[in-house]
Design a binder for this molecule. Structure first.
Ligand SMILES: NC(=O)c1ccc[n+]([C@@H]2O[C@H](COP(=O)([O-])OP(=O)(O)OC[C@H]3O[C@@H](n4cnc5c(N)ncnc54)[C@H](O)[C@@H]3O)[C@@H](O)[C@H]2O)c1
Length: 340
C-alpha cells in the first residue's frame, strides 16, 4: 500500500480522491486544495483518516509519504511536479502531462534520473473496453489497422489554460499509441476554431501513421455529448460508444473483399463482405481506479507505467506539432479561396 497525498480537489480531483480513498492499494494520507469550500465538500464525502490542508508543502519533505497525485490545472502543475519529483516522491499527474513537449521531457528525465514512477492519467488506456480491443488487435482479430475515427464532443466545460485538443485529443492519442503498439504519426494536419475566448474550442486533427490513418474530433461546442472510437481493420471493424450505459462495444465482421475481375457486366473487382455483428460481454471496471492502482503497482514493483513519461512525451509532442499547424492558420497565408 502506498501513502499518497493529493493536490487539487476540483471537478476531476473529486473523482481521483473518491477512487484513491476506496482503493486497497492506496492510503490517502492528505488532500490539499487552496479553496476551503472544496475541502469542506471533500470532508463530507470521503471516509478515512485523511488530513485536509490548503498547503501541501510540508508533505513534500515527509518521509512517510511515498507519492503525490497532482490534480490541478495543467499550466501550474509543471512547477509543482518538479518540486515533488525533486523531493524524491513518485508522481501521478493529470493529463496532459504538460503544456509543451519541452516541459513533458523535463519531467520524464527528472523522474528517470531520480528512479521514480511517473504516471500520467491517460485514463482510457485503463478502460476495460480499450483493453479488450487491445487483446483483439494483438490476437489479429481485426486484421491490419486501416483507420481510427474518434470523436470526443460535448457542450463545455470550456477550459482557459488549454484548447479543446490539448484537453480532449490527449485521450485519443494515448488510445492510438496503446492500441497500435506505440506507432507514431509521420504526417499531421490540424484545423481549429476559436469560437469563444483565446483558445480553440473545436479542433480536427488528421494524421498518417505507418499502416493507418487517424482522425480525431475534439469539441467543447457540441449540442450532444459523444465519446466514440471507431476502428477499421482489414478483417473486422469495432465501434466503442462510451455514451451507452451497456453494450458499449460492437464488432462488425465486415469489410471489403477483392474479387477476380470477371468478363461479364456486374463482375466487380471488390465487393462488400457482410458478416455477424457482435456485442462482446466485457465486465465493467472503473478506468480511473485501474489507472490509480496501476500507478501504485508500478511503484511497488519498480516497473514503468504504461502511461508513464514515454507515452506522455509522445502524446504531448504530437499535440505540439498540431498546435504549430493551428498557429499557421492565423497568418496571411491562410487567406486563400480554394473555390476560385
Ligand atoms: N483524466 C481525465 O480523464 C481528466 C478529466 C478531466 C480533467 N482532467 C485533468 O484534471 C486536472 C484538473 O482539472 P479540473 O477540471 O478538475 O480543474 P479544476 O479547476 O476544477 O480543479 C483544480 C483544483 O485545484 C485547486 N488548486 C489549484 N492550485 C492548487 C494548489 N497549489 N494547491 C492545492 N490546490 C490547488 C483549485 O482550487 C481547484 O479546486 C486538469 O489537468 C485536467 O486536464 C483529467
Amino acid at each position: 500500500m502506498i501513502n499518497l497525498v493529493q493536490v487539487g480537489y476540483g471537478y476531476w480531483g473529486a473523482n481521483v480522491a473518491r477512487n484513491a480513498a476506496a482503493s486497497k492499494l492506496i492510503n490517502l494520507v492528505a488532500l490539499s486544495d487552496v479553496r476551503k469550500a472544496r475541502l469542506d465538500a471533500a470532508k463530507n464525502l470521503l471516509n478515512g483518516d485523511i488530513a485536509y490542508t490548503a498547503d501541501y508543502a510540508p508533505y513534500i519533505d515527509d518521509p512517510s509519504v511515498d507519492a503525490f497525485a497532482l490534480c490541478i490545472q495543467t499550466e501550474p502543475s509543471f512547477e509543482a511536479a518538479k518540486k515533488i519529483l525533486n523531493a524524491g516522491k513518485h508522481l501521478f499527474i493529470e493529463k496532459p502531462m504538460a503544456t509543451t513537449y519541452e516541459r513533458a521531457l523535463e519531467l520524464k528525465e527528472l523522474a528517470e534520473a531520480k528512479g521514480l514512477t511517473l504516471h500520467c492519467d491517460h485514463i482510457m488506456v485503463y478502460h476495460p473496453i480499450i483493453r479488450a480491443i487491445k487483446r483483439m488487435i494483438d490476437a489479429g482479430e481485426l486484421g491490419e489497422l486501416v483507420y481510427f475515427d474518434i470523436s470526443r464532443m460535448n457542450l463545455g466545460p470550456i477550459r482557459m489554460d488549454v484548447n479543446a485538443m490539448l484537453d480532449l485529443a490527449v485521450h485519443d492519442l494515448a488510445i492510438i499509441d496503446y492500441l497500435s503498439g506505440g506507432r507514431a504519426p509521420y504526417h499531421l494536419e490540424a484545423i481549429g476554431k476559436k469560437h469563444y475566448g483565446a483558445k480553440e474550442t473545436l479542433t480536427y486533427l488528421t494524421m498518417k501513421y505507418p499502416g493507418f490513418i487517424a482522425h480525431i474530433k475534439s469539441s467543447w461546442i457540441s449540442p450532444i455529448k459523444e465519446r466514440r472510437v471507431m476502428i477499421g481493420g482489414t478483417k473486422k471493424m469495432a465501434i466503442f460508444d462510451d455514451m451507452r450505459t451497456v453494450d458499449k462495444l460492437t464488432i462488425y465482421d465486415q469489410g471489403i473483399e477483392p474479387l477476380e475481375k470477371g468478363e461479364d457486366y456486374g463482375a466487380y473487382e471488390f465487393k462488400s463482405r457482410l458478416g455477424d455483428i457482435t456485442i462482446p460481454y466485457i465486465a465493467s471496471e472503473d478506468a480511473l481506479r485501474n489507472s490509480l492502482e496501476h500507478f501504485a503497482q508500478c511503484i511497488e514493483q519498480g516497473v514503468p507505467s504504461l502511461s508513464g513519461g514515454e507515452q506522455a512525451c509522445k502524446v504531448v509532442k504530437i499535440l505540439d506539432a498540431a498546435r504549430a499547424r493551428l498557429a499557421t492558420q492565423n497568418g496571411p497565408n491562410d487567406e486563400r479561396n480554394y473555390a476560385q
